[in-house]
Design a protein around this ligand. Structure first.
Ligand code: MSP
Length: 664
């Protein structure tokens, strides 16, 4: 039977420098999605690559006294090494300097020119070379690039133009009738309100002032604008207008282009218009993910010199710790904060304590009580059924979340199962059962439930972590194949009695926080800078607090306009946990329509069992400025009521509504 196809892409990276952990985030997320789809039976095409032309690259190469191609060859090799280190399972890596790409771009340009969608004129305006973006005078902010804040340069040159204006209404209509096309929904609104509805100007799509680009075949003084060149990689890699376009026929349109939020604009305006002009279907979705930011709210970026090198972290903590951190800490649509402390905490709590201990305790007990040989299961109790139920229900939840690219929430579900297993050990106390010969059968049942659950966990984590599953399977004595396939993830009792477990090394050794922080201070160059930033931020926050206008008087009335400034929404609780090291705080992971948010709230005292809040619908103040609490970026506030005796209860809706619903 033919498999369903699935095509996922990352942006193609500028080889302007070594990549940092922020770049690695996007590619790791796409990799987890690709692995998940393969595991669940799809024929997957996962594309990444490098965007090698343009003024910026040419300048950097020249500054180094190198030919651009020699310069990019070196960096591209280091990017490929990084993806190898990070186990990125791409099916193709496209370089925009390859003939297969360059020839197709020339044909596309010619076709659009021949049909009148590209015409020749003169461009006069501003250009940001780091972003490779054209800007109108009115779009500049303080005379600088509105995207990156860097200086722009005046450009006046003969140029070919793409008729964006001709397709504007069709694109608006398309976006309005295809709600999934731009996700999350906040990005769709931004594109419509900030760019499309005010009206599109035709776009300059060739340059004459430098030569490092794809020459326009019929006018060799011009090179193709780097964004037009780059965006088409998604189809040239599939052989579009090439000798063999079978992959294009098979995989296009893409299921999802995963891109950083600052480049959604190129992917949802220029790219769809090019495709419309070529008479091709549009990608099913462009998903704009958030940024990995530093403590202090700053985006990590090469030009600011505040980047964290993923190689250093992977070498120190192992690949899976870093993959887990990236995918867990960053709900796809929102920003995620990187600090050494958050990283070490995640490793210690989720990986060393929760997952690592579960596996090592179970295997050690199996060796001690059953000589390492998995026994036969005896009669099951309600407690066992409860664990089985969670085990068999988790894959469904993971599948649903993964289909919305909610990787962090999917990991959250898996870790609920990990936590449940650890609790099950405490509840069943196998060490006590082992003391009583009459409880031998009960002990066997408990141990079988644990290894079976661990098998499920090993399968479930395999899209996210690439080394740990094999280590887990080895420790519980199962071969990769039928017993580790997604097809058997919903089955319980798969491992035959008599299978031999084998204790291995600790999956994630516990780290000494103080020691690690000290060590990292020296080797992750961004950190000194980050601390300064955070200090300044705190200072600024204190000042802001001191200057806050007085609260309105008790009898003061507000207008409906004042009230309308507060944007409130219904949010579903996906996960809720106590914030480590805090007596008051709970961390909520919320689903608000298409978006996922993290909110920290000081209500632990009134909700001592935070996991019970999962599934509840709460009211979120959605447009509150984000604030950091205990190192966690809180994106909003949950409404609650407090009575005279100080009892606090969260506000909810009277009966279920769709999450994301507005509250007024
Ligand atoms: N070459 C263009 C993309 C062309 S796609 C047809 C480009 N390259 S880039 O190297 O500057 O960025 C590649 C990706 O890395 C972007 O999606 C960008 O959002 C992402 N990131 C860069 N810094 C990041 C973080 N700090 N956090 C998360 N992603 C980040 O843009």
């Amino acid at each position: 039977m033919e498999k369903n196809t699935f095509y996922v892409t990352t942006p193609i990276y500028y080889p302007s420098n070594k990549l940092h952990i922020g770049n690695a985030y996007c590619t790791t997320a796409a990799d987890a999605i690709a692995r998940f789809k393969r595991l669940t039976g799809y024929d997957v095409m996962f594309l990444t690559g490098t965007d090698e032309h343009g003024q910026k690259i040419e300048r950097i190469a020249r500054e180094k006294g190198m030919e651009p191609i020699d310069y990019v060859d070196g960096i591209v090799a280091s990017i490929k090494d990084l993806w190898k280190l990070m186990d990125i399972s791409y099916d193709d890596f496209i370089r925009t300097t390859e003939p297969r790409h360059m020839q197709a771009v020339q044909k596309i340009f010619k076709r659009l020119y021949d049909q009148g969608d590209i015409y020749k004129s003169e461009y006069e305006g501003w250009y940001c070379s780091p972003c490779e973006s054209f800007w109108l005078e009115r779009q500049l902010v303080d005379g600088k690039c509105p995207d990156c804040g860097r200086p722009v340069e005046r450009v006046k040159e003969e140029s070919y133009f793409l008729r964006l204006s001709k397709y504007q209404d069709r694109l608006i209509e398309y976006i309005n009738t295809h709600p999934d096309f731009i996700q999350p929904v906040s990005r769709r609104n931004e594109m419509l309100n900030n760019f499309l509805l005010p009206g599109l100007e035709d776009l300059a799509v060739s340059r004459t002032s430098f030569s490092w680009g794809i020459p326009v075949e019929f006018d060799p003084g011009h090179v193709v604008y780097v964004w037009l060149d780059a965006l088409t990689n998604y189809i040239t890699a599939l052989g579009y207008l090439g000798e063999d376009d079978s992959k294009f026929k098979k995989y296009w349109p893409a299921d999802v282009h995963l891109v950083g939020k600052e480049i959604v604009r190129f992917h949802t305006i220029i790219w769809p218009i090019v495709l419309m002009a070529l008479g091709l279907p549009l990608p099913k979705q462009v998903y704009g993910h958030g940024w990995l930011i530093l403590d202090g709210g700053e985006k990590m970026s090469k030009s600011k010199g505040n980047v964290i090198d993923p190689v250093v972290l992977v070498e120190r903590y192992g690949l899976d710790a870093i993959r887990y951190f990236l995918l867990r800490e960053m709900p796809l649509g929102s920003d995620g904060v990187f600090t050494n402390e958050i990283l070490i905490k995640r490793i210690n709590t989720d990986l060393a304590n929760d997952l690592g201990n579960l596996v090592s305790r179970t295997v050690a007990m199996m060796e001690k009580y059953f000589d390492g040989s998995i026994p036969s299961v005896g009669p099951v109790t309600e407690l066992d059924k409860d664990l089985q139920h969670l085990c068999m229900g988790t894959p469904q939840k993971v599948e649903e979340l993964m289909d919305q690219w909610q990787l962090s929430a999917a990991l959250g579900e898996i870790w609920k199962l990990v936590a449940r297993c650890n609790k099950y050990i405490d509840e069943t106390a196998p060490w006590a059962l082992a003391k009583d010969e009459q409880q031998r059968e009960r002990l066997a049942t408990v141990m079988v439930h644990l290894v079976e659950s661990i098998r499920t966990i090993g399968i479930l984590i395999s899209p996210f972590m690439t080394k740990t599953p094999a280590k887990i399977f080895q420790q519980i004595g199962i071969e990769e194949g039928h017993m580790t396939a997604w097809d058997t993830v919903r089955q319980f009792g798969v491992i035959p009695a008599g299978t031999k477990v084998k204790k291995g090394e600790a999956l994630f050794p516990r780290l000494d926080m103080a020691k690690e922080l000290e060590a990292l201070d020296g080797i992750t160059p961004g950190q000194a800078h980050i601390k300064g930033a955070s200090q300044k931020k705190k200072e600024a926050a204190r000042k802001q607090e001191a200057q806050r206008p007085e609260e309105p008087k008790k009898d003061g009335k507000i207008t409906i306009d004042d009230f309308a400034k507060v944007e409130m929404k219904v949010a579903n609780v996906l996960a809720c946990e106590a914030v480590e090291g805090s007596e008051k705080l709970l961390k909520f992971t919320l689903k608000v329509g298409e978006e996922q948010r993290t909110v920290v709230s000081g209500i632990k005292k009134w909700y001592p069992e935070p996991e019970k809040l999962v599934g509840r619908q709460l009211i979120l103040v959605a447009n509150l400025k984000p604030a950091k609490l205990k190192g966690i970026l809180s994106e909003g506030m949950l409404l609650s009521a407090e009575d005279a005796s100080g009892n606090v209860r969260l506000l909810t809706v009277e009966s279920p509504v769709e999450d994301g619903a507005g509250v007024s």
